[in-house]
Design a protein around this ligand. Structure first.
Ligand code: NDP
Length: 445
């Protein structure tokens, strides 16, 4: 880095220990060097220094009472990163690994992702170190209510509109929405990912997984290939992984493996999605149970081994840094020609380097998984207009947004002289709109 090295050094110095945040900032700043050279006015106006500092970070106590009557205390976070092009928008994650650095990395990525969708949404992210695994429904409800009791002061349909993420699906959004409504006495589109009976959008549940496949389909077609007849490995077995699997089948591919944080299943005949949905969506069980239904399938402990399964296309859809340089080298060696990120930052920098060096068709998260937030944007529009579109209407809009994202990232990569580098293309295309808005709005206090 030439122009922006100082910005990165200052981020590391001022945010000690926030390694995921440093990683995300470094990747973006490296891509933006040529933009800094072309736009000295952005450097002068401190756009790069300002964009890496959240506008606001909120941390709060979340007390709740478990089923044994014991008081539990978790920590809540909401990072309102950038509102230059619209209200803050980004999911809420409930997972024991959550800390400020992880929420900041996700919020930072969200700025560029939301800009890429072409919809007017700023970037934010939130969550808690609460672990939903093994909790009763009533414990989940009490936790969500306590979390929203504080969060409600900081959000609003024109201020900040959270959604789901790891550990936060329709059930949790419902409990949080109920609490918000009670506190404010308002029926507004303050959260997205809502249930259909109370303002949710059709196709929101499917959107991230479907959008990932629409994006990858464009990228793969541009190289004269397709999903038809291809073997696909997908990590995770949550919302994104399940609906990516469904779309891969619709596009003519075959998914042979899925995972959760304990291990992975390999079904060479093709994963039976109904079984996975029963285990994960209805019974909230573990992926290992799949082999009880399909004894021919294999279950292995440890989720990393999933990348050793030979495949044509890999779609990491679980969590950050789940695929390292070594995993990437194995994928390439086994003939994998495309990798699309459903999860946020699932590939380590070393893995990304392997993909780019070997000319793998690589769809980076902030472009490839933007379908979820894009459809959240469509949910906001429907809420504001007090109407709802059909599944087909939303799905068609999602597809067209993913096609535009691919085109914009690909055009930016070409414009800046590295045509196959969608990482650089997505970062630049996402940045340009936010930077122009920040520049036009002056140095606000
Ligand atoms: P879910 O909670 O529905 O599923 C997460 C899946 O990933 C589960 O199978 C989970 O296994 C696995 N997982 C979580 N943490 C780990 C870990 N540390 N190691 C291994 N596996 C893990 O979440 P989503 O499907 O919604 O989210 C998955 C990814 O997609 C995340 O990176 C998220 O940020 C990203 N994303 C989600 C969007 C959405 O619309 N939902 C939008 C854009 C991005 P287990 O059950 O064992 O924890």
């Amino acid at each position: 880095m030439k122009n922006l090295a100082g910005v990165y050094e200052s981020v590391v110095k001022r945010n000690p220990g926030e390694v995921e945040f440093h990683q995300a900032v470094k990747e973006v700043l490296e891509s933006l060097e040529p933009v800094a050279e072309k736009h000295p006015e952005y450097v002068k106006a401190g756009i790069f220094d300002r964009i890496v500092e959240p506008e606001r970070q909120i941390m709060f106590r979340v007390p709740w009472v478990d089923d044994n009557g014991k008081v539990q205390v978790n920590r809540g976070f909401r990072v309102q990163f950038n509102s230059a092009i619209g209200p803050y928008k980004g999911g809420i994650r409930f997972h024991p690994s959550v800390n400020l650095g992880i929420i900041k990395f996700l919020g930072f990525e969200q700025i560029f992702k939301n800009s890429l969708t072409t919809l007017p949404m700023g970037g934010g992210k939130g969550g808690s170190d609460f672990d939903p695994k093994g909790k009763s429904d009533m414990e989940i409800m009490r936790f969500c209510q306590s979390f929203m009791f504080e969060l409600a002061r900081h959000i609003g349909p024109d201020t900040d509109v959270p959604a789901g993420d790891i550990g936060v699906g329709g059930r949790e959004i419902g409990y949080m929405y109920g609490m918000y409504k009670k506190l404010r006495n308002e029926f507004t589109g303050v959260l997205t990912g809502k249930g259909i009976p109370y303002g949710g959008s059709l196709a929101r549940t499917e959107a991230t997984g479907y959008g990932l496949c629409y994006f990858m389909d464009e990228a793969i077609k541009a190289k004269g290939k397709s999903f038809e007849g291809k073997t696909v490995v997908i990590s995770g077995s949550g919302n994104v992984a399940i609906y990516a699997t469904q779309k891969v089948y619709q596009l003519g591919g075959k998914v042979v493996a899925l995972s959760d944080s304990n291990g992975y299943i390999y079904d060479r005949d093709g994963i039976k999605l109904e079984t996975v949905q029963l285990i994960k969506e209805v019974q909230r069980g573990r992926i290992s149970e799949y082999t009880k239904h399909h004894p021919n399938a294999i279950y292995k402990e440890g989720c990393r081994g999933i990348w050793t399964i030979p495949c044509d296309i890999a779609l990491p859809c679980a969590t950050q840094n789940e695929l390292d340089g070594n995993d990437a080298a194995i994928l390439v060696k086994n003939g994998c020609f495309a990798v699309g990120e459903g999860a946020n930052m699932p590939s380590t920098p070393e893995a990304v380097e392997v993909f780019l060096k070997n000319k793998i068709i690589y769809g980076p998260a902030k472009a490839a998984n933007a379908g979820g937030v894009a459809t959240s944007g469509l949910e906001m529009s429907q809420n504001s207009m007090r109407l709802s579109w059909t599944f087909e209407e939303v799905d068609a809009k999602l597809k067209s947004i993913m096609q535009s994202i691919y085109k914009n990232a690909s055009d930016a990569a070409k414009e800046y002289g590295d045509p196959d580098n969608l990482v650089m293309g997505a970062n630049i295309a996402g940045f340009k709109k936010v930077a122009a808005a920040m520049y036009a709005q002056g140095i606000t206090y």
